[in-house]
Design a protein around this ligand. Structure first.
Ligand code: NAD
Ligand code: GLY
Length: 364
């Protein structure tokens, strides 16, 4: 089992651990018990994860004489809504949840964001444990305290920072994860490899077969490496004032593509295209060696991630969506660029024409 300590050093001084292991459901329950921070635990899961793992975790907690209940909501991004928050809040009240209760977010990023948001506002804030079950959640959304729900105008427009008490990751959960969801998480793992460089990037290049086989000890290594990178970045900049922005590598063009597809193209595919776009922009504008971009594109390609933008997606639409980016500052759209793999930096004010040409080069 691996342990990573997140030691926030900026706006908050909170410390928490990320535990990573294989087949550790009982250890997860024991860690929750040993934290001794609540008298009542409510597990929140979407209906798919509730069916697969909800009663197993509830039983593991009850076997330790903890007072635990499970509540669920319909799986999918649509549930990251104000209506879900109200509905789940009512269920918490019916269960008698009070300020001495804690939530356990058991699931992917949707559950983590929704339960994290609810925990941050229920009775002015109660603790939340993150128990991530998708690769995306295990390497990204469970760490760092971002919570949120969507509004009709866009994703994650209502949200808070609410750091978890602990992140408890069982790699065995990934055995039931559908392939497309697995690939979404792989895009984020590649992102860490690109922004931090070696040894992770080379390990991914050499380990493609093991990744495709979902080899649990290799997954343990790359998930742990990814979590270490995220923990290190978040520890230095929990509110995304500066360093944390590099975690958006590939996400600027990626989010634009997701939005204009009406979220019909997967997040992993969009981020993959966004990372290739950012690498090619780095070559055009900052002289990065094209061999670096080729390595990134090749790795994404062999992992089954998208590397070509479909012809029906117009460049003008992508540019308009970029201008609506939630993370833009005034008229300035920030991009994460590379000097080389492992050396990212943030810039704003890129010329539209260069973005246009780069997007056009990404067509099949
Ligand atoms: P998700 O939570 O919707 O999970 C994807 C699907 O997989 C769901 O249908 C779920 O029921 C199913 N599933 C989950 N675990 C499973 C398992 N072990 N076996 C079988 N099926 C399983 O999607 P996601 O990709 O995990 O998360 C996406 C969300 O994360 C988005 O809303 C995004 O905004 C958010 N996010 C947040 C952060 C953050 O820092 N807070 C970072 C990245 C993404
Ligand atoms: N997923 C990006 C971040 O947590 O900052």
């Amino acid at each position: 089992m691996n342990q990573i300590n997140v030691r926030l050093q900026t706006t908050e001084s909170k410390h928490y651990k990320i535990l990573i292991g294989y087949n550790i459901l009982e250890t997860i329950a024991k860690n929750i018990r040993d934290a001794q921070i609540a008298g009542h635990y409510i597990i929140i899961a979407d209906d798919c994860v509730a069916r697969l793992y909800g009663s197993k975790l509830t039983r593991a907690l009850c076997d330790l004489d903890l007072n635990a209940h499970l509540i669920d909501f319909p799986a999918g991004e649509k549930s990251k809504s104000f209506e879900s928050v109200v509905r789940l809040s009512k269920m918490l009240i019916e269960l008698g949840a009070d300020r001495k209760s804690a939530l356990i977010a058991l699931g992917g990023g949707v559950t983590g964001d929704l339960a994290g948001f609810l925990a941050s506002i229920y009775m002015r804030g109660i603790p939340v444990f993150q128990v991530p079950t998708t690769l995306m959640a295990q390497v990204d959304s469970s760490i760092g305290g971002k919570t949120g729900i969507n509004l009709p105008g866009g994703k994650n427009l209502l949200g808070t920072f609410h750091q978890p008490e602990m992140v408890l990751t069982d790699i065995k959960f990934l055995e039931t994860l559908p392939d497309n969801e697995y690939r979404n998480g792989l895009a984020e793992v590649v992102k860490y490899g690109v922004i931090r460089g070696e040894p992770l990037f080379g390990k991914l290049e050499k380990g493609v077969g093991l990744i495709q086989d979902r080899n649990s000890s290799f997954l343990d290594e790359i998930i742990t490496a990814s979590c270490r990178i995220k923990a290190d970045i978040v520890s230095q900049d929990d509110r995304e004032k500066d360093l944390r922005r590099i975690l958006n590598f590939g996400h600027t063009i990626g989010h634009a593509l997701e939005a204009i597809s009406g979220y019909t193209i997967s997040h992993g595919a969009c981020v993959s295209l966004g990372m290739i776009g950012a690498a090619r922009l780095s070559e055009r504008l900052y002289g990065m060696d094209p061999e670096e971009g080729n390595r990134i594109e090749e790795l994404l390609n062999v992992l089954g991630l998208k590397n070509r933008i479909a012809s029906e997606v117009s460049t003008n639409d992508i540019l308009s969506a970029l201008r609506r980016d939630k993370k833009k500052e005034g008229d300035n759209i920030n991009f994460v660029m590379l000097r080389k793999i492992g050396q990212p930096f943030v810039v704003g004010g890129l010329d539209d024409q260069v973005i246009r040409e780069t997007i056009d080069d990404l067509r099949g």
